[in-house]
Design a protein. Structure first.
Length: 83
Protein backbone atom coordinates (compact mmCIF):
# COMPACT_ATOMS: atom_id res chain seq x y z
CA UNK A 1 0.00 0.00 0.00
CA UNK A 2 2.83 2.39 0.91
CA UNK A 3 4.50 1.72 -2.46
CA UNK A 4 1.24 2.40 -4.31
CA UNK A 5 0.79 5.78 -2.57
CA UNK A 6 4.37 6.63 -3.37
CA UNK A 7 3.85 5.83 -7.06
CA UNK A 8 0.62 7.87 -7.17
CA UNK A 9 2.29 10.84 -5.52
CA UNK A 10 5.20 10.57 -7.92
CA UNK A 11 2.85 10.44 -10.93
CA UNK A 12 0.83 13.44 -9.73
CA UNK A 13 3.99 15.45 -9.09
CA UNK A 14 5.41 14.63 -12.53
CA UNK A 15 2.16 15.61 -14.25
CA UNK A 16 2.01 18.88 -12.31
CA UNK A 17 5.55 19.74 -13.33
CA UNK A 18 4.82 19.04 -16.99
CA UNK A 19 1.65 21.14 -17.03
CA UNK A 20 2.89 24.06 -14.94
CA UNK A 21 4.84 26.81 -16.70
CA UNK A 22 8.55 26.52 -16.04
CA UNK A 23 9.44 28.59 -12.99
CA UNK A 24 13.14 28.53 -13.83
CA UNK A 25 12.74 30.27 -17.18
CA UNK A 26 15.00 33.32 -17.24
CA UNK A 27 13.76 36.66 -18.40
CA UNK A 28 14.77 37.82 -21.87
CA UNK A 29 18.36 38.99 -22.22
CA UNK A 30 19.12 42.64 -22.86
CA UNK A 31 21.00 42.38 -26.15
CA UNK A 32 21.43 46.14 -26.47
CA UNK A 33 24.43 45.92 -24.13
CA UNK A 34 26.33 43.14 -25.92
CA UNK A 35 28.01 45.23 -28.63
CA UNK A 36 31.03 47.21 -27.52
CA UNK A 37 31.58 48.67 -31.00
CA UNK A 38 34.91 46.84 -31.37
CA UNK A 39 35.94 44.92 -34.47
CA UNK A 40 37.12 41.32 -33.92
CA UNK A 41 40.86 40.79 -34.43
CA UNK A 42 40.38 38.55 -37.45
CA UNK A 43 38.11 41.16 -39.11
CA UNK A 44 40.54 44.08 -38.70
CA UNK A 45 42.61 43.15 -41.74
CA UNK A 46 45.48 45.61 -42.12
CA UNK A 47 43.88 48.11 -39.72
CA UNK A 48 45.36 48.40 -36.25
CA UNK A 49 44.16 48.23 -32.66
CA UNK A 50 46.39 49.87 -30.04
CA UNK A 51 49.22 49.80 -32.59
CA UNK A 52 48.88 46.07 -33.36
CA UNK A 53 47.93 44.98 -36.85
CA UNK A 54 44.78 42.91 -37.22
CA UNK A 55 44.44 39.46 -38.68
CA UNK A 56 45.65 36.17 -37.32
CA UNK A 57 48.87 36.18 -39.35
CA UNK A 58 51.33 38.82 -40.62
CA UNK A 59 50.04 41.34 -43.14
CA UNK A 60 46.54 41.38 -41.62
CA UNK A 61 45.82 38.00 -43.18
CA UNK A 62 43.74 35.20 -41.72
CA UNK A 63 45.28 32.63 -44.06
CA UNK A 64 48.20 30.64 -42.63
CA UNK A 65 51.40 31.41 -44.59
CA UNK A 66 52.81 28.47 -46.57
CA UNK A 67 56.06 28.59 -44.56
CA UNK A 68 54.09 28.21 -41.30
CA UNK A 69 52.13 25.30 -42.74
CA UNK A 70 55.29 23.51 -43.87
CA UNK A 71 57.06 24.11 -40.55
CA UNK A 72 54.03 22.85 -38.61
CA UNK A 73 53.81 19.67 -40.68
CA UNK A 74 57.55 19.01 -40.22
CA UNK A 75 57.21 19.48 -36.44
CA UNK A 76 54.19 17.19 -36.32
CA UNK A 77 55.99 14.46 -38.29
CA UNK A 78 58.93 14.65 -35.85
CA UNK A 79 56.72 13.74 -32.86
CA UNK A 80 57.59 10.27 -31.57
CA UNK A 81 56.41 8.23 -28.58
CA UNK A 82 58.62 8.59 -25.49
CA UNK A 83 58.50 4.93 -24.57
Amino acid sequence: MKNLVSKKAHTVLCCALLVAPPLWRASAADCTRTNMGLVPLNDLGTNTYNGAEGGLYPGGSNMRPAAHETAGIQEALAVRPLD
